[in-house]
Write a protein that binds this ligand. Structure first.
Ligand code: MG
Length: 398
């Protein structure tokens, strides 16, 4: 006695259209690394009491559908095409499911990706005693009726009111007959399958639903679901470190952390030799595992001769932004006997904050001598080390 699930994914999702720049229907929109539909399907694919799954799709979405699903394990039947209304789409899907002759079918909206195994169990179990059973939640808000002018005309008694969700489960031959009869009678105004069943004389029971099992209808719903999944997964925090050295040569100024400082010497290098910004650029690249400054801006390339190092730092910022990441903080330590850094510290922080488009509070600049020891102690050059913390969205990478 096989149980089937019918996933209704044929809607055009016009209320959530404009997602990103693509206008992808909401059921195909990405939700923390997987599409809404893929998340919905996974619940039924993994449920041991569901033996076959049919999906109703819009013909325009077939490429998207094929790209997001695989028919491994044989549970998932080839998709079928929906009609112009949800009711027609369900009828098409039920007709297609006849091939596997299920005893029971759970009809579920693709745009409810937070359905869980318990809901599936509860609706299936209720079908032992009833012709139909749906997940629903009691309405807790006070319910008003208002006219088109949005003036309240009456209060509606809240007791006994439930908000219908899906899955909605039925004995297969009964719901197929109900949908066929509704179609034959020209009734295409039912907004869910329970209404079709009731119209056809079936008794439909309610099983308590889960408030998390929301339908993603608008772009705001999608954003909220993204946020909830992201907060559930926790932030994807990355750190990186960088280190750099440049030797002194003849000259009258050095560039340090984007600031020009008069000095007895200059720093030698292919670019402006800003040792602080070089270490920081490597720290940012390290946080996202994207090579190093020498790889992206090879010293052998004449384009970077004498280049201002803020270009390198801006490039690292862009690479992080392209992953949807944000820079949480950066911290630089300069190691040198001279020049003295303290009077330039604030200007350095402000310059770095401007390049990275973060607040100054997220930028640390410190300096230390090495007590006369080593090459920095002998005033042969300046060393810098840096750390960076970057927060990526959960979907940005494994
Ligand atoms: Mg360097």
């Amino acid at each position: 006695m096989p149980n089937a699930a019918l996933i209704v994914a044929a809607g055009r999702g016009s209320r959530a259209a404009g997602h990103g720049a693509t206008g992808v229907p909401k059921q195909y929109a990405p939700l923390a690394g997987r599409s809404v539909l893929a998340r919905t399907l996974a619940v039924f694919l993994e449920h041991p009491a569901i033996h076959r799954i049919g999906v109703v799709v819009h013909p325009d979405d077939i490429d998207r559908y094929e790209a997001q699903t695989s028919r491994d394990g044989g549970k998932l039947l080839p998709p079928c095409f929906g009609g112009t209304t949800r009711q027609q789409s369900v009828l098409s899907g039920l007709e297609a499911l006849r091939i596997c002759a299920p005893d029971r079918v759970l009809i579920h909206d693709a745009a409810r990706p937070f359905v869980d195994a318990q809901q599936v169990d509860d609706v299936l179990a209720a079908l032992d005693a009833h012709a139909g059973a749906i997940a629903a939640i009691p309405i807790t808000d006070t319910v008003k009726h208002a006219g088109v002018d949005r003036l309240i005309t009456r209060n509606i008694e809240r007791a006994g009111l439930w908000g219908a969700q899906t899955p909605q489960g039925f004995h297969f031959t009964a719901i197929l007959a109900a949908h066929r009869a509704a179609h034959a009678a020209g009734r295409n105004d039912f907004t869910d399958d329970a209404a079709v069943a009731e119209w056809h004389g079936l008794r439909v029971a309610i099983v308590p639903g889960n408030p998390r099992n929301v339908k993603i209808t608008t772009a705001e719903d999608l954003a909220l679901a993204q946020h909830e999944l992201a907060s559930g997964a926790g932030p994807d925090v990355r750190t990186g470190t960088g280190f750099d050295v440049h030797r002194f040569t003849t000259g009258a100024c050095v560039w340090l952390c984007g600031i020009r400082i008069a000095h007895t010497h200059a720093l030698e290098g292919h670019s402006d030799a800003d040792v602080g910004l070089h270490a920081l650029t490597d720290a940012l690249l390290g946080a996202i595992g994207d090579g190093d400054i020498g790889q992206h801006f090879p010293p052998s390339d004449p384009r970077w001769k004498g280049a201002a190092s803020h270009l390198f730092l801006s490039d690292a910022r862009r690479r992080i932004a392209a992953l949807g990441g944000t820079i949480s903080n950066v911290d630089i330590t300069l190691l040198c006997e001279a020049p003295k850094i303290a009077s330039h510290r604030q200007a350095m922080r402000e310059r770095i904050a401007a390049i990275l488009e973060v607040s100054v509070a997220r930028v640390g600049v410190k300096a230390t001598t090495t007590e006369g020891l080593g090459f920095t102690g002998r005033r042969e050059g300046i060393a810098a080390m840096a750390t960076a913390t970057v927060i990526l969205p959960p979907s940005a990478g494994p």
